[in-house]
Structure formats: C-alpha cells, structure tokens
Design a protein around this ligand. Structure first.
Ligand SMILES: N[C@@H](CCC(=O)N[C@@H](CS)C(=O)NCC(=O)O)C(=O)O
Length: 230
C-alpha cells in the first residue's frame, strides 16, 4: 500500500521542511512506496484529520502518525524487515541525541542565516502567515533576523565544527553507512538548499563532501528536488 506523506511546499514546488525531509529520506531508506501531498503552511484543512497543525504527517492505511521522530519510530516498528533506520536500541538512543541537538542547536543557528529567504520562497498564500507567525514567535521579523552578522555566522560555524569532527572518523554520522541520524542532519541542509542561495559550506569542507553523498542517495532524489546548488 502506498503511504501518503503530507509535506510542506513553497513557491515553485520547493520542499523546504527539514522535518519532512527526515521522513522522506526514512521512507526511501526503508524502500517503502509513498506519495507526497504538497501542503502549504495555510493548508491546515488538509491535515486536520491528524488532529494537529504541523507536517510531516503520514497516512499508512488506517494509521495516521505525525512528528518526524514518531514517524521514524513507527516505520522502524511497522517494517522491521526493511533496512533499519536506527540499527538497534543503542543506535536509537544516539539518533535521539542527534535529533535534539539538530532541533535545538543546528536549526537555531541556521534559521538566523536563511529565515528571510524562506519568506521569499513561500507560496504567495503563505507569505503573510509566515511573516506574522515567525515575527510573533521570534520577536523580530524575518528581514530583521537575517542580517548574517559575524556572531550568527560564527554560531553556525561552531555547529558545523561538531559535524566536521564526527565525519573525520566515519563517512556518515551513523558510521560506515547512512541511517536516520544522517537524515536528521541532512534535513537542515535540504531545507536551506530549497530556499537559499547562501553558501553554507566551502567545497573543501568534509561536511560538503558528506552532503554531496547524501544528495546523491536514492538515485539522486534529493538533488532532483528544486533548490539552489550552492
Ligand atoms: N517536531 C516536529 C516539528 C514539525 C514542524 O514544526 N513542522 C513545521 C514545518 S517545518 C510546520 O508544520 N509548521 C506549521 C506552521 O508553522 O504553521 C517534527 O519533528 O515533525
């Protein structure tokens, strides 16, 4: 049966939700058949069946799951014979750490560098909603936040340094082969690529090489998504 993935979409079919990217990569990793249902920020009616207002949401037959972490856990439990996302209980615990670090450190550093670019790539129907909801949440408008000050660029650089150090030992964050921890972090880069031409990485950075390997996965599916090649 084909799983439905309700996924954030912007102008020109841009898919820029880091959380939806985690789910998309997880579905690919497990080799599951899925179709995406493009969902704008203001398409709340499309996902009202899930009882909440955020994507990703998946519908697998009669089962509805939301929240990217809960979806990954569901897929792992429901499809144990497909390639594992976590590689067992220890990997599950470590992926949880990566999930929390990415949400709280990497995303907070990245959003300051690209939030106005998000605004400029939302569907016109979402423009005012995104501007107003983020200004209320963050206390400043996207245009005021995205100054790319030296402090903000440094904070992102500090987060990158963690990834670089981890990749010094292994080709992937999960070890010799990619798994869910890689998809969590990759979501941040896929998000940025979808909406911003700001070059986050230098070409000689091992994180750049890792991102290139991630973009080439699943027959280049992530690379084929609309985005900037920076
Ligand atoms: N913890 C959730 C976060 C999901 C989330 O925040 N999704 C954003 C898109 S990136 C959303 O749907 N926002 C709706 C809104 O701002 O109205 C997850 O991991 O799935």
């Amino acid at each position: 049966m084909t799983i439905q993935l309700f996924e954030l979409v912007g102008r020109d079919d841009r898919r820029f939700s880091p959380y939806c990217w985690r789910t998309r990569m997880a579905l690919e990793h497990k080799g599951l058949a899925y179709e995406t249902v493009p969902t704008r920020f203001t398409d709340k009616d499309l996902i009202s069946f899930s009882g909440q207002e955020r994507v990703p949401v998946i519908r697998d037959g009669g089962t509805v799951v939301f929240d990217s972490w809960a979806i990954a856990e569901y897929l792992e439990a429901q499809y144990p014979d497909s390639p594992s996302l976590f590689g067992g209980a220890k990997g599950h615990g470590l992926a949880r750490f990566v999930n929390v670090w990415t949400d709280r450190t990497l995303h907070l550093a990245l959003i300051k560098l690209v939030i106005a670019d998000i605004l400029n790539h939302t569907d016109p129907a979402d423009h005012a909603y995104f501007n107003e909801s983020r200004t209320a949440r963050l206390g400043k408008s996207p245009a005021e936040i995205q100054t790319r000050s030296e402090t903000d660029v440094k904070a992102f650089g500090a987060a990158l340094a963690i990834l670089r150090a981890a990749l010094d030992e292994y080709d992937y964050l999960s070890g010799d082969a990619p798994a869910y921890a890689d998809y969590i972090v990759f979501g941040a880069f896929a998000w940025s690529r979808g909406i911003s031409d700001y070059p986050l990485l230098k070409t000689d950075d091992p994180v750049y090489a890792w991102r290139a390997r991630m973009l080439a996965m699943f027959d280049g599916m992530p690379l084929k998504a609309v985005g900037y090649d920076v």
